[in-house]
Design a binder for this molecule. Structure first.
Ligand SMILES: *[C@@H]1O[C@H](CO)[C@@H](O)[C@H](O)[C@H]1NC(C)=O
Ligand SMILES: *[C@@H]1O[C@H](CO)[C@@H](O)[C@H](O)[C@H]1NC(C)=O
Ligand SMILES: *[C@@H]1O[C@H](CO)[C@@H](O)[C@H](O)[C@H]1NC(C)=O
Ligand SMILES: *[C@@H]1O[C@H](CO)[C@@H](O)[C@H](O)[C@H]1NC(C)=O
Ligand SMILES: *[C@@H]1O[C@H](CO)[C@@H](O)[C@H](O)[C@H]1NC(C)=O
Ligand SMILES: *[C@@H]1O[C@H](CO)[C@@H](O)[C@H](O)[C@H]1NC(C)=O
Length: 285
């Protein structure tokens, strides 16, 4: 009992000395979550800040059994595994991983981790953020949480090995399948760190055609018509029947300034109303 109290006292003292953030810093009115690690650099965090209101909250030290703090978009929390130890390859993976677009991507070297790629504020580059699945879980694009229980029978831990990639296999794609989901594929790049492949993803309802280079995402057509590209709303897929009486798809791009509206199944003008565009056209002729 006495030892426990002493430990709590020491950790409280440590907190007072080292904590980098206070409720006033993080409990802003525009905050996106209710809990935050108490240090900007979560590797140094010792507690979580729980927010109750605008600028209000309390700092709760992490227990001895869960001494670390992990950042999550749902709310930061105390954790037993050190998210910053070198084995979790936090810094390493993030610096080697190259986003190819916005969205969720598996870490090709560790099936328990995944990245969310966003653009920086200037939209000049993609920025990856690394996430760890809960213990015993692996990346799974079809589940809402992007993680699912590891199952040795389903063999659902997917990694990509580029170790034997040579200069001349650069243009060879590797399919990464998650059950019925075949949207992800990888490319070993000669000259890059040969163990770190590039990962690509096709939009929903499409499959990559890996025989072409670069790979093309083919829509899984089941009727003719126009269908949305879930990764890029300025593009859409057209399904038609080819000369062999089979469905085939082609990717098309909306006119400049327009985006595809899946309800209307057509490109619509983004900023101005349709009427304004029509009046504009009338004036021109
Ligand atoms: C935070 O931790 C890093 C190592 O993870 C260390 O180099 C740095 O000095 C620490 N910063 C503070 C303010 O404690
Ligand atoms: C993979 O990631 C998990 C979760 O972060 C981590 O516990 C594990 O050590 C990592 N494995 C390797 C080989 O880096
Ligand atoms: C955004 O652009 C401005 C000026 O063009 C630059 O000063 C700033 O560093 C850029 N920010 C990022 C995150 O790249
Ligand atoms: C790479 O090549 C070596 C030697 O040819 C072989 O022993 C090893 O199994 C290969 N590794 C992979 C992942 O293919
Ligand atoms: C790779 O291809 C180039 C030409 O494209 C050829 O000159 C070279 O010998 C090839 N290297 C290997 C290891 O096959
Ligand atoms: C698509 O068009 C419908 C019908 O005009 C409209 O209600 C809906 O808001 C549009 N969707 C988007 C994402 O703009």
């Amino acid at each position: 009992m006495e030892i426990k109290t002493a430990v709590i006292l020491i950790s409280l003292l440590a907190l007072v000395n080292c904590q980098d953030r206070t409720p006033a810093d993080v409990c802003k009115s525009d905050r996106t979550k209710v809990s935050f690690c108490n240090d900007q650099n979560n590797c140094n965090a010792t507690a979580v800040i729980l927010c109750f209101g605008n600028g209000l909250g309390t700092t709760i030290p992490c227990a001895n059994s869960q001494p670390y703090c992990i950042v999550s978009d749902k709310g930061d929390s105390c954790t037993s595994t050190n998210p910053c130890s070198s084995s979790s390859s936090n810094g390493g993976a993030t610096s080697l991983f190259q986003c190819t677009s916005v969205g969720y991507y598996p870490n090709p070297l560790n099936c328990s981790q995944y990245f969310f790629c966003s653009t920086n504020e200037n939209k000049t580059e993609f920025v990856p953020t690394l996430y760890n699945c809960p213990n015993g879980n692996v990346f799974s694009p079809s589940t809402g949480s992007y993680c699912t229980r590891y199952n040795s029978w389903l063999n659902n831990c997917k990694t990509v090995n580029c170790q034997n990639a040579t200069q001349n296999v650069t243009q060879k794609y590797i399919q990464i399948s998650y059950g019925f989901n075949s949207q992800y594929y990888a490319l070993c790049i000669a000259g890059n760190d040969p163990t770190y492949p590039l990962i690509f993803v096709c939009p929903a309802n499409t499959v990559p055609n890996l025989n072409s280079f670069p790979a093309i995402c083919d829509y899984r057509c089941w009727r003719t018509g126009f269908f949305e590209n879930t990764l890029d709303n300025s593009k859409y897929f057209e399904c038609y029947i080819n000369n062999y009486l089979r469905y085939e798809s082609i990717e098309r791009t909306c006119p400049e300034g327009a985006y595809f509206n899946s309800t209307k199944s057509e490109c619509v003008v983004k900023t101005r109303s349709f009427n304004a565009a029509v009046n504009d056209a009338r004036r021109r002729y």
